[in-house]
Design a binder for this molecule. Structure first.
Ligand code: ATP
Length: 266
């Protein structure tokens, strides 16, 4: 894997991530998918580096919920910190160097998501604050608790709800707590996200191996029906005892952007 579960010194971790991303960008590929992913990766790194020039590190945060899109964003952020020489020995020793994240917990969170977020905090030395309330109230509280934050990286993509017209830098809409939203992976497709995660061997939340393609809470998220395993006669395999995990193919086998949320109720 790209990162070991045991924490590594932060500068080494970021150097290792940078080396792996740089090696990927240097690879010669005939596949259009990989070539376009290399181009998207360069664009995303440029946007993150631009953000690191526009804002001081303490002014930046990342909206992180353990999902696949913000995981890719986190890896690119750590890569960019190495490029910019912003990798202190212990980021948590000083509020000015902390790698800030904000996690808004779903009303009924999956234990697997909670565990993955906790593991990410350790592995990547994140300074993560957690809020269990609706998005708007959570961001209001976050900016009150950490008023130095001016801009937040968000892993929204074009095909997500409300993603269609977003730019790389967008101030929040009126009625929302004021901060700059930064969308470095806005033009990545579903397939790009999984190709990157698998090509770089990045550890991810295990729910994705059980057919979940987008993560909400236990009350509104199911394995994606498109990934249901079929019998040779084409009928869906049914579960004898309600075990939901064994009968779905992994998330990375889905292709169509617009089928990603078919396992979400809302
Ligand atoms: P997935 O779609 O597989 O759940 P994801 O959570 O990364 O992956 P989205 O659900 O499309 O992606 O959300 C887009 C982005 O919004 C996330 O990448 C993250 O930056 C932010 N976000 C969404 N929900 C939360 C949350 N509960 N807490 C913090 N950030 C969030």
């Amino acid at each position: 894997p790209l990162v070991a579960p045991a924490p590594q010194p932060f500068p080494e971790l970021c150097a290792r991530i940078h080396a792996r991303v740089a090696a990927f960008l240097d690879e010669q590929h005939d596949s259009e998918r990989l070539k376009s992913l290399q181009a998207q990766t360069r664009i995303s790194l440029d946007i993150i580096c631009e953000a690191l020039e526009k804002y001081r590190l303490p002014e930046l945060s990342l909206a992180y919920n353990g999902g696949k899109d913000c995981l890719v964003l986190l890896i690119l952020y750590l890569c960019a910190l190495h490029i910019k020489g912003l990798t202190p020995a212990d980021p948590n020793a000083d509020p000015d160097t902390a790698i800030k994240c904000v996690y808004i917990q779903a009303p009924h969170p999956f234990q697997e998501v909670e565990d993955f977020v906790a593991a990410s905090v350790k592995t990547y030395s994140l300074h993560l604050l957690e809020y269990a309330k609706p998005m708007k109230a959570a961001f209001t509280d976050y900016l009150r608790d950490v008023p130095v934050v001016k801009a937040i990286f968000v892993g929204t993509r074009r095909t997500d709800p409300h993603g269609e017209h977003l730019k790389h830098f967008d101030p929040t809409d009126s009625g929302w707590p004021p901060f700059m939203r930064i969308h470095p992976v806005i033009d990545w497709h579903y397939v790009d996200i999984w190709t990157f995660i698998r090509h770089l061997n990045i550890p991810y939340c295990k729910l994705y191996d059980c057919g979940y393609t987008s993560l909400g809470g236990t009350d509104d998220t199911h394995p994606n029906p498109v990934l249901a395993k079929k019998n040779s006669n084409g009928s869906v395999l049914t579960t004898p005892n309600g075990t939901k995990t064994a009968y779905f193919r992994p998330a990375y086998e889905l292709v169509d952007d617009y089928e990603e949320r078919l396992g979400r109720d809302r």
